[in-house]
Write a protein of this length. Structure first.
Length: 649
């Protein structure tokens, strides 16, 4: 056992019995200015997006048709049921990077010619809402053909339909808006060739007209709103292992994700075959939610974009394949070009692409992450090549390296040393760990080396038992752990929970912050902890001590405090992770004159196993009360298993 593990185990043993022992007298928490001023990064708490669990296609990206371009590798008709004379043709489409299309022939002798799309585990439509159906089509001779588009309910009824007259023999985009007259979570889209003749179809797409910010190639409004409501400071995208790919060919290549959406080539999703128990052979990436949409969303929700790019390693959990180090140029060029796409003038090659997509102004990219969870002796040599190319050209861009997939161990120690040698600005640490780990690691950063790179807690989540539920207890342990992150905001500069999204019928990985089906979404217990930290992050760290010591586990209590120089507020966070109620008194005397006369108290508690679900989305949510402020002593009784945020106002 290494020394770190022994320390962790010892701390855990010292925490557990204490949490079972009744507390005799209130814990007196003194809030004071710290010895050294520590400011908190304004973008400290954020989100991490990866297309896992149908997070993009079938999730945030509002497209409702699966395999809209007939490009699923080796299965151009996957997701479609055809009837009558329908064939997939593999070249001659109007989109060179998506060459397949379908040819429908109606001889006039039989009426049923067409195809039916199953959507992403169904198509969700709501009564009275409108949907934009578009299709590229051509008739093969000058007699126009008629297409009939129908949304069919899960019980087999026609709940919306429209006709499209295909008059041209050249590929032409046709668009109609249809209104659903019923609500259905698992409807299907049917396209019939209703008249005799031959008609070719390509890129059949269906979107709600009511998307986030009304964008046509848009995002699901409820899901984007759940991100906006977190007020995220930073937005890491697009992964995760997905940036590495199962092979180098299937890595995320950002250049494929920009330009006209119809011509973005499809990619196999990294998460399609990974878990035998969650097999998803129909999981592909359309890149419809690509880098332009990502930057745009960041701008709209006020988050700093943090792209992650491949460093030339395929996902090391799946493969040993790497790009030879002397042939890294195109990977490095991709990194440089991405910066130009985000920030370059409209006259630059990639700035022009951005401008043509509708955003002449730069997106103000400030950070770039190179590699995801890489490990081994070679990774630093690869990273070095990127740093040598990017630094001289873009010295203002912060570069993020990695400490690998685990929060400790030989690889972790080696990588940290190497990241320091390479002068990475931040090091991305990942921890998917048990409740015990989260509690015993709340003091993880108290003695971290302050001389090297800063920490980016880029992926973390408390995994509560085998069920890996988004239980209230997992959220509470994260809240307790985050007191340590907050206290150490001088070294921890960014933190993002992971993963972000999951479709209830198509997930691969649990827990996840936001769950949804085709119409509804639910914010997990963990979402609320993220929101509380983000909304009440403050601007400066204060000291919060009991008996002169930081509060990190004794009697099951964890606490931290911050001030907000903009609002003149003091904010105290306390988690009671014990199974006993605890009393605390908070002394704000040393804080001088406080703005306001009240204290807002947000209390967050629930059954340990409680989980917000689509049917019961608000089972565990914080509650707020306000009471007059007595700065000398705020007495509080903290129920067993509860989290509290106190804000002077
Ligand atoms: O978040 C899910 C996966 O966990 C990420 O893709 C990867 O970085 C980590 O192993």
């Amino acid at each position: 056992m290494n020394t770190k593990l022994i320390k962790t185990a010892a701390l855990f043993l010292s925490l557990t019995p204490a949490s079972l022992v009744a507390q005799n007298s209130p814990t007196e928490i003194i809030i004071d200015q710290p010895k050294k001023e520590i400011s908190i990064q304004p973008n400290m708490y954020g989100i991490f997006f990866e297309d896992i669990n149908f997070a993009a296609d079938g999730g945030l990206y509002a497209e409702m048709v699966k395999n809209r371009s007939f490009e699923f590798v080796n299965s151009p008709l996957m997701g479609w049921t055809t009837y009558g004379q329908v064939t997939a043709v593999d070249n001659g489409s109007c989109f060179e990077r998506n060459p397949h299309f379908v040819r429908l022939t109606n001889t006039g002798l039989r009426s049923g010619v067409g195809l039916l799309n199953e959507g992403f585990r169904g198509i969700g439509v709501e009564k009275g809402k409108t949907y934009r159906l578009s299709v590229y089509a051509r008739s093969t001779n000058s007699t126009p053909t008629i297409l009939k588009a129908t949304i069919i309910s899960s019980t087999g009824f026609n709940i919306a339909n429209q006709e499209i007259k295909v008059e041209n023999t050249n590929w032409t985009k046709y668009e109609v808006v249809i209104t659903a007259n019923e609500t259905d979570f698992k409807a299907k889209l049917r396209i019939d060739l209703a008249t005799a003749g031959t008609c070719d179809l390509e890129h059949i797409s269906l979107f709600p007209t009511d998307t986030w910010m009304g964008h046509e190639n848009g995002l699901r409004k409820d899901l984007a709103q759940a991100l906006a409501d977190l007020k995220p400071g930073v937005f890491r995208f697009p992964g995760g292992c997905i940036i590495e790919g199962n092979t180098l060919e299937t890595r995320y290549q950002w250049k494929n994700s920009v330009g006209p959406v119809e011509n973005r080539p499809i990619n196999e999703n990294r998460w399609n075959y990974t878990f035998q128990h969650r097999f998803a052979p129909d999981y592909f990436q359309t890149y419809g939610l690509g880098f332009f949409e990502f930057f745009q969303l960041c701008e709209e929700i006020g988050a700093d974009p943090l792209p992650v790019i491949s460093c030339g390693f395929a996902c090391q959990f799946e493969s040993k394949v790497k790009q030879p180090i002397d042939q890294l140029d195109c990977y490095i060029q991709d990194a440089l070009d991405l910066i130009e796409f985000a920030n370059g003038p409209a006259t630059s090659t990639w700035g022009k692409v951005r401008t043509e997509m509708g955003h002449p102004k730069p997106f103000n990219l400030k950070m770039l992450s190179i590699g995801n969870e890489q490990w081994g002796e070679e990774f630093p040599l690869y990273l070095e090549k990127f740093i040598q190319a990017i630094r001289p050209k873009y010295p203002e861009i912060k570069l993020v390296g990695t400490a690998g997939p685990y929060p400790d161990g030989k690889d972790f120690d080696y990588l940290w040393k190497e990241m320091t040698r390479l002068k990475a600005d931040l090091v991305d640490e990942h921890y998917y760990r048990s409740p015990e780990w989260f509690l015993s690691n709340a003091n993880r950063y108290d003695n971290y080396d302050r001389k090297g790179p800063k920490v980016f807690a880029g992926e973390y989540a408390c995994h509560d038992g085998d069920s890996k539920k988004n239980s209230f207890y997992s959220a509470l342990c994260e809240a307790a752990f985050l007191t340590g992150i907050e206290r150490n905001a001088d070294i921890v500069h960014l933190a993002t929970y992971a993963p972000l999204f999951a479709h209830v019928d198509a997930w691969q990985w649990k827990p996840d912050m936001i769950w949804y089906d085709n119409l509804r979404s639910v914010r997990s217990a963990n979402w609320y902890v993220q929101q509380l930290y983000s909304l009440y992050k403050g601007t400066n760290v204060l000291s919060a001590t009991a008996n002169g010591k930081i509060i990190s586990g004794e009697n099951g209590l964890f606490a931290s405090a911050v001030s907000d120089k903009n609002t003149q507020q003091v904010i105290v966070k306390i988690a009671n992770t014990s199974n006993q109620k605890r009393t605390v008194s908070i002394d704000l005397k040393k804080m001088g004159a406080l703005k306001g006369k009240n204290i807002k108290h947000i209390e967050y508690t629930g059954e340990n196993g409680a989980e917000n679900t689509l049917d019961n989305p608000t089972l565990v949510v914080p509650t707020t009360k306000s009471s007059p402020l007595n700065p000398t002593k705020i007495e509080l009784e903290l129920p067993a298993f509860s989290f509290h945020v106190l804000i002077t106002e």
